[in-house]
Write a protein that binds this ligand. Sequence first.
Ligand code: SAH
Length: 410
Amino acid sequence: MTFPALSNITRPSAQKIVLRVSANAEKNIRRGHPWVFEKSILKQSRHGAPGELAILFDAKREFLAIGLYDPTSPIRVRILQSGKPAVINSNWLQEKIHTASALRQPLNAPHTNGYRLVHGENDGLPGLVVDRYADALVVKLYTPAWIPYLKEICGAFPSYKYIVLRFSRSAQKQTAALQGLADGSMLTSHTPPGAILFKENGIIFECDPINGQKTGFFLDQRENRERIRNLSQHKTVLNVFSYTGGFSLYAAAGGAKAVTSVDLSLPATQAVLRNIKHNQRLPEVRATKFETLTEDAFKALTEMKASGRKFDLVILDPPMFAQNQMQVEAALSAYRRLTQLGLSVLKSGGILAQASCSSRVSAERFFESIHQAAQAARRPLQEIQRTGHALDHPIAFKEGAYLKCLFAIA
Ligand code: SAH
């Protein structure tokens, strides 16, 4: 396979950068943490370009780790291997990708062909995400340090027709380091004729890997969506922060009477309507009454509360509220506000499903906040389930554990 967009990518110097890091960083690396911050570097043999290999030695001058160097990020080195030395080459990379793909094999079934194949740090490939949507792959880079290795990464997936390259927001800012590659570039010579259609538990969704949020779909909520399907029969469902209607379609497929989807983004609510069309072969979906509102969630909930509208099941899946440690308290207060608004439109005895994807907010504090808010609203909760990560989103370090969701009766 050839990747025309990658023909001009230059390889970094073969000579490695040698680093010494602080005692604290050394301790963290030994515990398996994959990041070395700029401020913990004590000594450095030379400056380097994104993607060069950096070798770290400990205080006794023995091998500590080897990683990818990135001068454009405060996360200066992403650890590829620690403890015992390794030759980081094409074989090493293929093997890591193969191990990550093999872990997802149980998900690859006729009724599901959308899932995460590589989950960055948590699969030993820090800063690299690969998502599959049917015969399309999205390679998303959180650091330009992976650019020199893109040919090998794409080469590890020979059976995919389309490969789209995406960059995280912070990587996009480093345009000089991106070697002429733009966010949304097609790496394969074929371009998909339109939106990509894929299946998740038998439900068809379209995704737009080039312009969509994340890599085009929120694959991490697959199992929670399945739980919603099992709770929806004969219910009226409110899906707040619906994006393209993931939870909405599952609720409908599970026999919901009516589903209301709310999202601020017009492309997202327009995609909800198309996803409803894609599933008209399912009698349950045909029988559901759908409504979509392109509106701010807090405003929509407040209006529904004022007009006395009530639902049997309310789903709240907001975007990340805490980008850093300083925003944690504000995020918790926003979660409490959402719980109260959600409960105000939930019938007595109805089900609340509330999720958080802020890695800075611990599961414990998140669940505690929901309970606090519910008690303050005199709607104490009876928990059904607390859920976390699915097989294709494994957790290998503290920051990797970001998703939590509470299912409760109020
Ligand atoms: N539940 C979705 C994923 C939700 S992601 C799924 O299963 O696919 C969070 C969504 O919140 C995004 O679609 C984003 O457009 C939307 N959003 C962000 N801020 C919002 C706001 N203030 N009001 C409503 N929607 C908002």
